[in-house]
Design a binder for this molecule. Structure first.
Ligand code: GLU
Length: 490
């Protein structure tokens, strides 16, 4: 490689950033960060109907949220701009003129109907549909006649006959394609807008991209791009095509398999570092058994040699496991901030709650989050766990739960518990642990005979957060009210 590595992420802004796109962005970014190269983001918006600024913003937002920053490109500037394809039309025009002049491209005046008829005829003969080159050798007179009919031409690339095109893929090794059967493909549409295969070549070469790392779905485009580099007398970049992402049923990952957009995970309360950790394992395998990787370790260890050729399988359980790990590792305050919108939506809290504007409430929420933090796969799940802290009217979850409070030792346990609690100057994790211990000791009862009735009396449930978390969160007063209400309800 001459000079520095330059890689790019080149999304089409036709929807939100998808898992597959995020993975391509990540692999490029890791290479750039590892090798001290440049990461470029370019917007491929030549599909005028489907592209939108809204999608562009969404993609950039998701990249920023993931922490995948870029050194050059859209919204960052740089020496090779503009970085949006629709703003680069003069560059494509100039390259088109060169290809037309050296005979590598020609105008084609065929109508949709003519092309469709050709397609059907080939299909009927069991041949691959392709353009057979009707306009390849038009005479000037022939062309003038078609222009006079008011036909608007496209520009096609003249694919050389019988050439084997070799892609030396950094992931897949040598992949060979035959030019015959390819058909002369369109490089500029009749409205003057270049096609993807053409624009990408002009952009990657003018932006001095050294390595193109992208999804396997683009592998079949690569021989066309290589032919264009040849015809323009340019040296192309190195290519690496990363395998498809499949759902658990081994079909291509789609909405059927769950959320495909990064923003959907963000809005459920997944953490960006967890998604990064998960995405990298969709194709890259680390040397050992370890599966948890900080971004810094990934930058250190990532390499294309350990990117697999076989498809990656998207496993939501694994993402949940990784995300749960990062949630447990996070300071409770971080999870509180992420949880507040979900709690608000569930009607548990109102308005903005910050340590500055509501210190007591914030502190209380922090204790609450700590009590359930280890059970969360993603933050939105918090509302399923914390109902017990908001509803004082206790309902027994089952007859069995009610039965527990009818055991003979229960009145004695609850009385002793309440006496001790009332006498405690500070109710916190440590003091409650001590209280519970002394209770079993003094009553000479097994832990279960003591803890379970307290739990059921306070919540109506036989499971939930640890008592030493729950008791300080509820506080003396609510505990006293709950116990008398539940016992009255037996
Ligand atoms: N715009 C293309 C896409 O979003 C990128 C293709 C490429 O990386 O060359 O799929």
């Amino acid at each position: 490689m001459d000079g520095k590595l330059r890689v790019r992420f080149a999304p089409s802004p036709t929807g939100p950033l998808h898992i597959g796109g995020a993975r391509s962005a990540l692999f490029n970014w890791l290479l750039a960060r590892k090798l001290g190269g440049q990461m470029i983001v370019r917007i491929e918006d030549t599909d005028l109907e489907r592209s939108s600024r809204e999608s562009e913003e969404n993609i950039l937002d998701s990249l920023r949220w993931l922490g995948l920053d870029w050194d050059e490109g859209i919204a960052a500037g740089g020496d090779y701009g503009p970085y949006r394809q629709t703003e680069r039309l003069p560059l494509y025009r100039e390259a088109t003129d060169r290809l037309l002049a050296n005979g590598s491209a020609y105008y084609c005046y065929c109508t949709e109907e003519e092309l469709e008829a050709e397609r059907e005829a080939l299909l009927a003969k069991n041949e691959t549909p392709r353009y057979l080159g009707k306009c390849r050798n038009l005479t000037t007179a022939g062309r003038e006649r078609l222009v006079a009919e008011g036909r608007k031409p496209v520009v096609r690339f003249r694919v050389p006959d019988d050439q084997t095109i070799v892609v030396n893929d950094l992931v897949r090794g040598e992949v060979k394609f035959e030019s015959s059967g390819m058909g002369d493909f369109v490089i500029v549409k009749s409205d003057g807008i270049p096609t993807y295969n053409f624009a990408v070549v002009i952009d990657d070469s003018t932006m001095k991209i050294t390595h193109v790392v992208r999804g396997e779905e683009h592998l079949s485009n690569t021989p066309r791009q290589i032919l264009l580099y040849q015809a323009l007398g340019l040296k192309g970049p190195d290519f690496a095509h990363v395998s498809l992402i499949l759902g658990k049923d081994r079909s291509k990952m789609s909405k059927r398999h769950g959320s495909t957009a990064v923003e959907q995970y963000r809005s459920k309360g997944y953490l960006p570092e967890a998604l990064i950790n998960f995405l990298v394992l969709l194709g890259w395998s680390p040397v050992g058994e370890e599966e948890i990787f900080s971004v810094d370790r990934l930058i250190e260890q990532f390499s294309l040699d350990r990117v697999a050729k076989n498809p990656a399988v998207f496993d939501l359980d694994k993402l949940n496991w990784i995300n749960g790990y990062y949630i447990r590792q996070s300071p409770a305050e971080r999870i509180v901030d992420l949880a507040i919108p979900f709690l608000r939506e569930a009607g548990y809290v109102e308005g903005e709650i910050t340590p500055a504007n509501s210190p007591d409430k914030y502190k209380w929420l922090t204790l609450m989050v700590k009590s359930v933090q280890e059970h969360l796969a993603y933050v939105a799940q918090i509302t399923e766990h914390v109902g017990i802290f908001f509803h004082d009217d206790i309902r027994f979850e089952s007859e069995e739960a009610r039965e527990i409070l009818r055991e003979e030792q229960v009145p004695q346990v609850l009385d002793a518990f309440q006496d001790k609690l009332a006498a405690m100057p500070v109710v916190d994790e440590g003091s409650v642990k001590a209280l519970l211990k002394s209770l079993t000791k003094e009553l000479k009862l097994g832990g279960k005979k003591v803890y379970m009735p307290i739990r059921v009396a306070l919540t109506g449930q036989t499971h939930g957060p640890e008592l030493f978390y729950m008791i300080p969160i509820l506080g003396k007063e609510r505990i006293a009210k709950r116990i008398s209400a539940t016992m009255a309800n037996l």
